[in-house]
Design a protein around this ligand. Sequence first.
Ligand code: NDP
Length: 264
Amino acid sequence: MSFQVSGKVAVVTGGSSGIGLETVRLLLEQGAYVAWCGRDAARLQDSWQAMAVIFEPDRLHIRCCDVLDADAVNAFIDEVAQRFGGVDMLINNAGQGKVASFADTSDQDWMTEVQLKYFSVLNPVRAALPYLRQSPIASIANVNSLLAYKPEPHMIATSAARAGLLNLSKGLSKEFVDMGIRVNSILIGMVESGQWQRRYQERSDPDQSWDDWLAGIARKRGIPMGRLGKPIEAARALVFLASPLSSYTTGSVIDVSGGFSQEI
Ligand code: NDP
């Protein structure tokens, strides 16, 4: 089935790795024009090279920028709109979580985490809004986490900030509905991506393989489907929410957690 995004323009923040990169790939497979950003220039360039050997470079656009830098985000999105003629879909994916309990989280850590979760969405939304208002299929899809519903003590600041982001997404969906802009989120559990690769590098048993290490986490955490998610599984839900296939859905969430959510 087609996602009906051929010829449409998508912006994916944090598109150089993991879920973001799979989202970029899927949108390109579906015929969209895709722009993405990341902070690390070499990693971003590598992701462009990987896409450019498969897809027409005319449909690819990258810019090295931190989503917390409002001026840089404005410049990125203006440049995309000028090059591709507008912005139809904004996918807010850039970010990372902070593993720390209450005892280990300083005031500065709290500020950093709240700033990341809110402004990684607010800055791109502000920048893209004038263009989204012109689009007949305008949509914003935010990557969020099951932590928004289900706080974990070892990620206390991330959990609280994620809950705020979920509330913010709902609020934006209400404010933007009259502009014809839909706003939705995915709630992910654990997805094997760059963040988990970095944690694997710090594993206690250096002889343990990646697959065994992941299987151990799934077992220990009690994920009903018995494994972590793949980045493409999160990407499919994101592209569905960003695309006209979900044209009657706003202010909503899709759970991509392998059954880890206990909510009904
Ligand atoms: P990855 O580390 O593989 O990818 C993160 C991407 O975001 C990279 O391209 C990174 O590039 C970019 N990025 C991070 N911070 C910024 C920033 N400030 N400005 C611009 N780009 C940024 O991890 P995931 O694919 O797992 O992460 C995607 C999203 O999913 C994140 O928001 C993460 O918090 C969320 N998430 C992931 C979970 C998981 O289990 N994987 C669980 C819950 C939520 P660079 O570092 O070069 O900037």
